[in-house]
Design a protein around this ligand. Structure first.
Ligand code: ZN
Length: 144
């Protein structure tokens, strides 16, 4: 199996079996974003406590890239400190914009599977949508 196929399987798996999808009780922040180009909708809810994120959940609908990216993001970021999560968001954005190479973004782990999306410029927005919503939650630009 090529790396590309492995990545495809990972994306499809997260799309079909999303992790941390559904409502979150008493979130401390919430943010919904739309990607009108593709019709993706993502709502991210977080519970923020003692400077870490014990819980991150999302809900939404849209293409496989947008939904898989949200699912992978919740797995990578849950339980980490705010600073760490903000840094991961920044790393992911730089990767998707082509400002850094995958070798410089190893902390993203499985999320690196989305790196192939860079070849399809209009889909980059799909991939970053959930991350932008999470960043807004952390920066106090969400609702609640
Ligand atoms: Zn999309």
């Amino acid at each position: 199996m090529s790396l590309e196929e492995l990545y495809q399987d990972l994306i499809l798996d997260h799309f079909k079996n999303p992790r941390n999808k559904g409502p979150l009780k008493e979130p401390t922040a919430s943010c919904s974003l739309l990607n009108p180009l593709c019709g993706d909708e993502i709502e991210v809810n977080i519970k923020d406590q003692d400077n870490s994120l014990p819980e991150i959940k999302f809900s939404g609908k849209g293409c496989a890239i947008s939904q898989a990216s949200a699912s992978m993001m919740t797995e990578l970021c849950a339980g980490r400190s705010r600073e760490e999560v903000l840094r991961l968001c920044e790393t992911f954005r730089k990767l998707m914009r082509g400002e850094i190479e995958p070798e410089e973004a190893e902390e993203l782990q499985d999320v690196l599977a989305l790196e192939g999306v860079r070849k399809f410029a209009p889909r980059v927005k799909c991939a970053v949508l959930a991350w932008e919503a999470l960043e807004k939650c952390l920066k106090g630009q969400g609702e609640v």
